[in-house]
Write a protein that binds this ligand. Structure first.
Ligand code: TYD
Ligand code: MG
Length: 430
């Protein structure tokens, strides 16, 4: 019997299947399975093992030589917000996936990183000249900034092996445009991205260089989403924000060397990405209370950010009323719509519900529940919600609960000259 040579890989979650399916049975995503050449063993299995000829031995921890006794070399990024996200700084030999939508500022931030710390920038998308222009325009040190134009993993391997320990930091921009020879498929295909990442990870570990791999996130999942790569790397960073807005948030999704609950907050300026002040984190336009609007204080890591939630509740003429939530998780939005119907008595089954959050912020904080319901109620009743700022998680029964960092949010609210509304049940919004 002929050995199976291809597998089907979900471009959303990275699971492998023997046959094609319309929906990934692991993550539930539709149309995400792509055919790729089988790697023989799973990608995180050590395929290099076969070179040793013979079975591997089990080692006892006591017998393993640990040089420098658990001391890990940490390099500061020299960018305050970047260090904050990573814990302390960049761990030597670690591989970080740096993901985000095109145009969000990935190349800008990583150019700033190499400009400050020194390193090699592998340019697959832009020419060396374009990058040099950016480096100079941003006023960065140019002496320790090397650029290598390449779209080939083989070339990258050859060069880095040749110069050996010349660099502490290497940026690959982006994984979608580097490929390798021994894999079928065009550059950017799932198979190519998987194999290229695997090889780059091996190279970084071998040379002990800290590597940043840029990955574009696409909404349609047609190009392999970074999810596919998450299990191969040590750290996964997501850079988000609204392209038209100023604020950018760097989140850490996975971190083998530090916490994942801190975020970096930046401002995109004509001089690149810069730190923010607390005043920049007030995203509320100061015109007072409006119909369909409620203000809340979100926590981004350990910092309070004041945002406005807007709701539009309009009579629906569609067979299925529409639910459109920008910046609010769809399921959370559905749930709050149901709570609004039950606890506040809004007949939302015949109304379209639109919700949005100012500043392109994605709400990932149940503390915004109360504000979302308040904005919905305000729009439905066509009267502004007067009296303050809404913070609280809402239960299925409509009870309002205090959320973490309560005191911090309260202090921020008061610093802005406002008052935190304290209610026990959403019914009190009426
Ligand atoms: P870029 O870093 O190229 O995005 P990505 O690599 O994630 O695709 O940044 C793109 C946007 O950033 C671009 O539209 C212009 C803006 N920008 C500034 O506003 N200021 C700057 O100093 C730079 C370099 C870019
Ligand atoms: Mg770029």
């Amino acid at each position: 019997m002929k050995k199976k040579e291809t597998v089907f890989v979900c471009s959303n979650c990275g699971n492998e299947f023997g046959k094609w399916m319309g929906q990934c049975s692991a993550c539930g995503e539709w149309n995400s399975l792509k055919e790729v050449k089988s790697l023989g063993k799973p990608i995180n299995g050590n395929r290099a093992g076969k070179n040793f000829g013979g079975p591997r031995e089990v080692k006892k921890v006591a017998d393993i030589e640990t040089k420098n006794e658990g001391f890990i070399n940490i390099i500061s990024t020299e960018i305050k917000e970047f260090d904050r996200v990573l814990g302390k700084g960049i761990v030597q030999g670690s591989v970080t996936l740096f993901a985000g939508e095109p145009g969000i500022g990935k190349s800008t931030l990583l150019t700033q990183l190499v400009g400050k710390v020194g390193g090699l920038y592998i340019a697959g998308e832009e020419s060396a000249e374009q990058i040099a222009i950016r480096v100079k325009r941003l006023g960065l040190k140019a002496e320790n900034f090397d650029i290598f134009e390449s779209n080939s993993v083989e070339e990258i391997e050859e060069y880095l092996n040749r110069v050996n320990n010349l660099y502490k930091i290497v940026v690959v921009d982006s994984i979608q445009v580097v490929g390798c020879e021994n894999v079928n498929g065009v550059i950017g295909s799932v198979g190519q991205i998987r194999e290229s990442t695997f090889r780059l990870v091996q190279l970084a570990k071998k040379l002990k260089v800290a590597m940043f791999i840029v990955g574009h996130v696409t909404k349609d999942g047609d190009i392999a989403g970074p999810k596919l790569l998450e299990h191969m790397v040590d750290t996964v960073l997501y850079f988000e924000g609204e392209k038209n807005g100023e604020l950018r948030i760097l989140r850490v999704n996975k971190n083998r060397f530090g916490p994942t609950d801190e975020v970096g907050i930046f401002k995109m300026t004509e001089k690149g990405l810069s730190d923010v002040s607390q005043a920049d984190l007030n995203l509320v336009s100061g015109e007072g209370e409006k119909v369909g609007s409620a203000v809340t204080v979100l926590m981004e890591g350990t910092r309070p950010v004041m945002v406005e939630i807007q709701a539009l509740i309009v009579e629906s003429f569609a067979p299925m009323p529409r639910r459109v939530f920008a910046g609010v998780d769809f399921n959370r939005g559905q749930l709050l719509t149901a709570i609004g119907q039950k606890s506040l008595g809004m007949p939302l089954y015949k109304y379209d519900v639109f919700i949005s959050v100012t500043g392109g912020i994605k709400v990932d904080d149940t503390g915004a529940d109360l504000a979302i319901l308040a904005a919905m109620w305000s729009s439905y009743k066509e009267k502004p919600m007067v009296g303050g700022v809404f913070v609280g998680e809402v239960s299925l029964l409509g009870e309002v609960r205090k959320v973490k960092f309560w005191e911090k949010r309260k202090k921020e609210t008061e610093a802005m000259g406002k008052k935190l509304i304290e209610i026990k049940n959403v019914k009190e919004l009426k």
